[in-house]
Write a protein that binds this ligand. Structure first.
Ligand code: FES
Length: 105
């Protein structure tokens, strides 16, 4: 019924996941970039070290916590990608606030 015109390519954004470049559709979330990157885990739980990946993709499970552009504990499923974004895995518990981190409004 609907077909994409062959001359129109979807807009993409280049980000870095664990230091590796990943191209994702514009408007995708950082969690989607993590899944596209194929990492085995984006975080480990603080108590048992159990590996986690984004699961619910709607801000409920917190399995997608990652360090995004130097800020830890961000729910990557609620953050839209932007060019050059750096998404890093986090291991164990992280402080809620870090000296010198720039928070977005
Ligand atoms: S994937 Fe569940 S809160 Fe982000």
């Amino acid at each position: 019924m609907f077909a994409q015109r062959p001359d129109i390519r979807p807009a993409t954004v280049d980000v870095f996941v664990a230091g590796q470049p990943v191209r994702v559709p514009e408007g995708a979330t950082a969690a989607a970039a993590v899944l596209l990157a194929g990492l085995p885990a984006i975080r480990e739980t603080p108590v048992t070290g159990s590996p986690r990946l984004p699961y619910c993709m709607m801000g409920v499970c917190f399995d997608c916590l990652a360090e995004i552009d130097g800020i830890a504990n961000r729910q990557s499923c609620t953050v839209a990608v932007r060019p050059g974004m750096r998404i890093e895995p986090q291991r164990g518990a992280r402080p809620a606030w870090r000296e010198g981190a720039v928070h977005e409004g």
